[in-house]
Design a protein around this ligand. Structure first.
Ligand SMILES: [Fe+2]
Length: 249
């Protein structure tokens, strides 16, 4: 082959390779732009989903609080007991290294929802309850967990609602569960509930101090309360509980 023809053939090959390279580069740039658009779309969808999930969580929380407030509205002297006791419960759980999911926190807030079914004459009786009245009163954890039945987002909450009056020694109600058979969130809650009851004014007695409340809780460690939870409770300073109480009024 003459050298002139060989040179022109090589030129053609270089030109076609360059053209192919240019085409590939254009295609790659188009694909990159497409991918960037997809990524931006995905980021936008993710942002919208996150906002929607936050709105949903806020609605759940508002619904749960409305329900708890409806129960408490009958019982003027406990004033925001549900929210306070939920916050105490979270603080004690944190000290015990126990993770409380939002559903369980709803259980803290709704623990006494079953009291809607307890007659005023029993709920507000100034004197001691008769055996029969006590039995009716003690049905509130079961009624409460029945009320929450079929509410999917409150599945975990039911454990606290049903078992918040069980005792570590098995002498509680409604299922007479003992020790670690009692769901841990209910064991935490039992301490928080008692702390709030003791440190709140009642028509028949004034509020105990934090020190007095701690002494009483200690006396019931190992019988009513899980000793490990009481130990964790001890590590939470009075100030932390006082701040919660002041914050919630
Ligand atoms: Fe209760």
């Amino acid at each position: 082959m003459p050298s002139q023809t060989r040179a022109s053939g090589a030129k053609d090959t270089v030109a076609s390779l360059r053209a192919r390279l240019n085409r590939l580069e254009r295609e790659a740039a188009t694909r990159e732009r497409q991918l960037e658009r997809y990524a931006a779309d995905l980021r936008e969808v993710f942002k919208q989903e996150r906002t929607r999930a936050q709105e949903l969580r806020r609605s759940y929380k508002a619904t749960v609080l409305a329900l708890a407030n409806a129960v408490e509205a009958r019982d003027a002297y406990t004033g925001r007991h549900a929210q306070r006791v939920a916050a105490y419960g979270l603080r004690i759980a944190q000290a015990a290294g126990i993770d409380v999911d939002p559903q369980t926190e709803f259980g803290f807030v709704l623990h006494d929802v079953g009291k809607v079914a307890v007659a005023d004459a029993i709920l507000f009786k100034p004197g001691p309850l008769t055996h029969e009245e006590r039995e009716l009163m003690q049905r509130h954890p079961v009624i409460g967990s029945d009320i929450l039945d079929h509410v999917d987002f409150l599945d975990e909450a039911k454990d606290v609602v049903r078992h918040h009056h069980e005792r570590w020694d098995g002498a509680g109600y409604p299922d007479r569960l003992a020790g670690e058979d009692i769901p841990v969130a209910a064991r935490v809650f039992a301490v928080a509930d008692t702390l709030d009851a003791l440190t709140t004014d009642r028509p028949y007695r004034s509020a105990a101090s934090w020190v007095q409340a701690r002494t009483i809780i200690h006396e019931h460690s190992g019988s009513q309360f899980d000793p490990a939870i009481v130990t964790a409770f001890d590590t939470v300073p009075d100030d932390a509980f006082a701040r919660i109480r002041e914050g919630l009024g």
